[in-house]
Design a protein around this ligand. Sequence first.
Ligand code: SAM
Length: 222
Amino acid sequence: MRMSDRRPDTAGRAALDLYRSAPASVRTHVAVRWWSAPFPAISAALPRAGRIVEIGCGHGLFSAYAALEAPDRTLVGVDIDADKIRHAHAAATGLDRLQFRVAPSGAVPDGPWDAAVFVDVLYLLPAAEQQRLIGEAAAALGPHGVVVIKEMGTSPAWKVRWNTAQETLAVRVLRITEGGSFDFVSPETMAGWLEELGLAVEHVRLDRGRVHPHHLLVGRRA
Ligand SMILES: C[S@@+](CC[C@H](N)C(=O)[O-])C[C@H]1O[C@@H](n2cnc3c(N)ncnc32)[C@H](O)[C@@H]1O
């Protein structure tokens, strides 16, 4: 991947611009999220229209990007962190198709949803809770709904070490992210969970040219 591929596209610039009045710490955080996570590839896995829920949306940059990229999408982002949701809500002012709210841990807002998306959230929960939450998300889908999961893979070892060091800093030292421990589940295991739910699974590696072991899983209702 070329460095130029990390530059925000039109919707990415518009999404980042929503945070122009946010505190510097939030602006820095969302800029780093854009740089480190392959948001365009994740958004491309979502339907171009319909109701989409992001569980664990943080400051809301991915939801904002997905909404601005496709005008027929409605995005609802939920998170357990009230402070992040406050900033997400402020950023979304004036954009009716983009809403944020606080939700209890492990809750999926009532559907039906055309897509439920998790971006770097599940690893903060124990594996059994991850599987349960994915099941809840799948159960809240409409007839042609899709579950989209962006998580970190469990290989190669150097990327896993890099990611674990960064997450230790964010979760345990700086406490930027809510959570206490991590449980990185292999994409193959997660794909198996989606298949057990009767979903047709597509698994794509997104870590080429990146230091993080990004993987994308897409589970579609037949
Ligand atoms: C690494 S951040 C990712 C935020 C956002 N998805 C993004 O890509 O920028 C992880 C988020 O998951 C949230 N989170 C942690 N445990 C959660 C849970 N049980 N339910 C919902 N959100 C949770 C945290 O508060 C945090 O905002």
